[in-house]
Write a protein that binds this ligand. Structure first.
Ligand SMILES: Cc1cc2nc3c(=O)[nH]c(=O)nc-3n(C[C@H](O)[C@H](O)[C@H](O)COP(=O)(O)OP(=O)(O)OC[C@H]3O[C@@H](n4cnc5c(N)ncnc54)[C@H](O)[C@@H]3O)c2cc1C
Length: 286
């Protein structure tokens, strides 16, 4: 180990210190820190590339924030090299830099080896949380002036969000078992009685477009952890499971007793949701 020159890209010095501590066993000599700026990701990526070239860095790391992921992916593209996002750990094995990251929606961990000269990574925020900061880095030389922006920022306004499922205590979620868009009203009625938010599987949001994307639960949607998750007519595909597996109590209603969702439901009702829904509503009462 210890054969790589490392460049850290982060906004906060504390984060840079944690990344430096993580990268220290791999680093040869000094670790260079480029403070993240507020330019467009394209420009930030160009700055990362320039700073890495100036420092002769072969390992470029950043925290896996939204911005970190975007800037580093773009930097990797500019450098024409590989990028591992959300890395859980880094190591050097057989002369190659390797990084572990969650795969298959979080049910397994993959070990990736870089075949390229330069490795670009973002480190999962969970992997940084417990790391003691180390100030063993020096500031990168100011990169050459960023290229002029390809676009102009005219106005910023927050995206209108209808729901934040990640904070919901109760979620009533439905999938393709709901046959018609009008039938969502029955799901809404149950959710209203329970004071729950409405979630859905990907086909409902992405293919049928019955609900906006922020209602989608799963690896490509919201990762939720409510006290109660009711899944109506959802098969329980791995990509959906990955998004709701941390729910405290999972109740599944499905007319196929072999549906995968029953493997991880705390309570399962095998039956037609069109019969079970009114019965549930009645049982809950006013
Ligand atoms: C890269 C990738 C990312 C993905 N990301 C996500 C994601 O983030 N979230 C997600 O949800 N999916 C995701 N998917 C899709 C996922 O693989 C499944 O296709 C999807 O979850 C299935 O949705 P579903 O359960 O609603 O539909 P189906 O698989 O069609 O299941 C419908 C279920 O309803 C039951 N049913 C039918 N009629 C009734 C009835 N009357 N009463 C009771 N039950 C009934 C059926 O038995 C069946 O189990 C992803 C896929 C890929 C490839």
């Amino acid at each position: 180990m210890g054969a790589y020159k490392v460049l850290i890209y982060a906004a906060a010095e504390e984060t840079a210190g944690r990344l430096a501590a993580l990268a220290a066993p791999l680093a040869e000599g000094s670790i260079v820190y480029l403070k993240a700026g507020s330019a467009f990701p394209e420009q930030e990526a160009a700055a990362v590339k320039a700073a890495a070239e100036a420092a002769g860095a072969a390992v470029l790391i950043a925290p896996a924030s939204k911005k970190g992921n975007e800037v580093m992916a773009r930097a990797a593209q500019l450098i024409d090299t590989g990028c591992v996002t959300e890395a859980l750990s880094l190591a050097a094995q057989d002369g190659k830099l390797t990084a572990k990251r969650a795969i298959y929606g979080g049910i397994a961990v993959g070990n990736f080896a870089f075949e390229t000269e330069t490795a670009v990574l973002t480190v999962a925020l969970s992997a940084l949380a417990g790391v003691e900061t180390a100030g063993a880095y020096e500031a990168a030389a100011s990169p050459a002036a960023a290229p002029p922006p390809a676009k102009e920022l005219v106005k910023t306004e927050p995206l209108a969000k209808t729901v934040d499922l990640t904070k919901a205590k109760r979620i009533v979620s439905f999938g393709r078992g709901v046959a018609k868009k009008e039938d969502i009203s029955a799901v809404e009625a149950l959710a209203a009685k329970l004071g729950a938010e409405i979630g859905c599987s990907r086909p409902i949001a992405e293919e049928l477009k019955w609900l906006p994307q922020e209602h989608q639960v799963g690896i490509t949607g919201a990762l939720v952890k409510p006290d109660l998750y009711i899944a109506l007519g959802i098969s329980g595909a791995i990509q959906h499971f990955a998004g709701m597996k941390d729910s405290k109590i999972i109740v599944a209603v499905n007319n196929n007793k072999k549906a995968p969702i029953f493997q991880f439901a705390d309570y399962g009702i095998v039956g037609d949701l069109y019969e079970v829904l009114p019965a549930l509503e009645e049982a809950i009462g006013g």
